[in-house]
Design a protein around this ligand. Sequence first.
Ligand code: COA
Length: 193
Amino acid sequence: MTEVDIRLAGVADLPAILAIESVCFDEDQQWSKSSWRYDIGDDSTNVLVAVMDGAVVAASSVHLAGLTADLHTIETLPQWRGIGLATLLIARGMAWAQERGATEMLLEVRVGNPAQALYADLGFTPLYERTNYYGPGLNAVVMRRSLNTAYRDEAPSGAERGVGLAGTAGHPDHASEVTSGSLAPLEPHLRVK
Ligand SMILES: CC(C)(COP(=O)(O)OP(=O)(O)OC[C@H]1O[C@@H](n2cnc3c(N)ncnc32)[C@H](O)[C@@H]1OP(=O)(O)O)[C@@H](O)C(=O)NCCC(=O)NCCS
């Protein structure tokens, strides 16, 4: 089983994060080094990285303002996609925001981006479209998810994959994760350190 370490990003992770950014997004959609640096140093923002075999392979950023958390970005290197890393990072970001009193999480996603399926699996529902949000003719869908209910209660298909916020389901090997009340493990692909 592949082992993943999810941890807070530090300034030392910037080169790896920017490398992920450069393969995940077109140049005009990429965040700058200074934007990432700002988020990493900001107490209201939770920047996480997923580390596999000692390398940073995915990153996320969640910003909290009042009762609303915003998923700023989520990105996984192509060769590490489809094993649940983004799901795990977002779930951790939701737990971080919940612990700080957030009641909802919002995100914007480009119309047609397959990531919309991932967000739907995580319990996000579309609210409305923002015209030309990413540039002329490039609309965004704003999606929302309540943080008042556990993920597994809302999204049975995702729960079957073993990902959750409330954390009673999951593999017995991961009892410490489950009893911590944060996340059930990603199974069968990932073992969470
Ligand atoms: C979106 C992204 C972060 C998903 O990362 P990931 O680690 O592979 O995500 P997970 O393994 O947790 O979940 C995969 C799910 O995402 C969805 N998905 C995301 N991208 C997809 C794609 N290109 N094709 C098909 N499904 C995709 C599917 O629903 C998939 O579920 P499945 O594995 O059950 O089929 C990754 O594809 C990426 O970095 N894309 C480029 C950057 C981007 O668009 N970020 C989102 C901006 S709003």
